[in-house]
Design a protein around this ligand. Structure first.
Ligand SMILES: Cc1ncc(COP(=O)(O)O)c(C=O)c1O
Length: 398
């Protein structure tokens, strides 16, 4: 694996900087100057669990497009479904039957889903859920937990008046939610909107039922952001794994194996408020996303995708734990196997570790997403590379 060159990647990066702020549309994809010698800024092809960069280097990928590649790159049955649909058209002047078919299938497998609607990105669908909650309850304030996409991030550029209608609170801390409710006034809380924290996800067994009870008590809606947990932890995500049914939920990423599609769904009476709230998009319900989702649903129905994601993730977590112990490095995975978070001693260690992984042909991220296409042998191969990277942390000259 030595002798890799990423020259073409960085030449393209240089050009991109001239026309694209950050040289990418997605902050987490921005290459790191410290990894100038090894980081592939541009990928051009994927197949199964592997991707190729513009210089022709091959990698085993655990970023998986930052989560959406649930089955694997260029998964044959999904590709066939998209190609077939493409012949007939992508967006029409009236609704397409796939909108009904996929919605019906989702109501069958997702506990909270009585009615379903489609959009294109996760953050947009979360914004729709928040808007619906406000429209339905007639209340303004939303208590949030976790990242819900840039549209809902109360950063620079958001009016103070809008910021004042959100309170961001920590995962697992029921008291913090109660304090915020007391401070804000229960009558002003439209919803509690929560995305799981991967490292401490098992706290969900206590935390999520407590939020459910809290919402019921104050007449607020409970919204689950299942953008990552859906089609990964379980098909129906955290609500299935923790057995807590929210009023609304949002799915994206894994549901369509990388073809842009997001879904907001939930209680019929709340969802029916879209008419007066007005949530409407030209590209909501495009046929390529839905054809992909239909093919993905078939695979999840016919094969043990979820079991495989857990098994491969567990193999990775256990194998890495043994490597770290053998090399005397205080590092390891926390969280559950389909969405594990790698803990390394320091930030500098992370950059060095990830650089060495790239040099060894493995793309990593803070969260490691196994896909259905990672075989046991692929995980073993990746572990060899990760082992060399751990060894380098302990002994940089080895
Ligand atoms: C939990 C969670 N919610 C929301 C989002 C936003 O989704 P999108 O980037 O499709 O807008 C993400 C994206 O990473 C996410 O991980």
């Amino acid at each position: 694996m030595s002798g890799r060159s990423v020259e073409q990647s960085w030449e393209l990066h240089h050009r991109a900087v001239g026309v694209t702020p950050m040289a990418t549309q997605t902050h987490s994809k921005a290459p790191r100057p410290a990894l100038r010698e090894v980081e592939p800024c541009f990928l051009v092809r994927g197949e199964g669990c592997r991707v190729w960069d513009v210089d022709g280097n091959q990698y085993i990928d655990f970023r998986n497009g930052l989560g959406p590649i649930s089955l694997g790159y260029a998964y044959p049955s999904v590709n066939e479904a998209i190609a077939k649909q493409l012949q007939d058209g992508v967006v029409f002047s009236y609704a397409h039957p796939l909108e009904v078919e996929v919605a019906e299938r989702l109501t069958e497998i997702i506990p909270c889903a009585e009615k379903v609607r489609f959009l294109k990105t996760g953050g947009e669908a979360m914004a729709a859920a928040h808007r619906l909650a406000r429209g339905f309850t007639g209340r303004d304030h939303i208590l949030t937990c976790g990242y819900h996409g840039w549209v809902n991030s109360m950063r620079e550029g958001v009016p103070a008046a809008t910021k004042s209608t959100y309170t961001a609170l920590p995962w697992g801390n029921v008291d913090a939610f109660q304090t915020a409710i007391d401070a804000q006034g229960a009558d002003d809380i439209a919803a509690i909107s929560v995305a799981c924290d991967y490292a401490e996800i098992e706290q969900g067994h206590q935390f999520l039922p407590a939020l459910r009870a809290m919402c019921d008590r104050i007449g607020a809606l409970l919204i689950f952001d299942e953008i990552v947990t859906g089609f990964r932890l379980r098909r129906a995500g955290a609500q299935e794994y923790f057995d807590v049914t929210p009023d609304l939920a949002v799915f994206a990423k894994g549901i369509s194996n990388g073809v842009p599609l997001s879904v907001y769904l939930g209680r019929a009476d709340v969802m029916d408020a879209v008419k007066s709230v007005v949530i409407s998009s030209t590209f909501g319900g495009d046929t390529l996303g839905l054809a992909a989702a239909s093919a993905v649903l078939d695979v999840y129905e016919q094969e043990d995708v979820i079991g495989t994601l857990w098994a491969r993730g567990q193999q990775l977590h256990t194998g890495f734990g043994e490597l770290a112990e053998r090399h005397g490095v205080d590092a390891g995975f926390s969280g559950l196997p389909p969405v594990g978070l790698l803990r390394l001693p320091t930030t500098e260690d992370r950059v060095r570790f990830e650089g060495e992984c790239l040099r060894q042909g493995v793309i990593t991220f803070s969260v490691y997403y196994p896909s259905y296409s990672h075989s046991e042998a692929d995980i073993d191969e990746a572990l060899e590379a990760l082992g060399r990277a751990v060894q380098q942390l302990k002994n940089p000259t080895a």
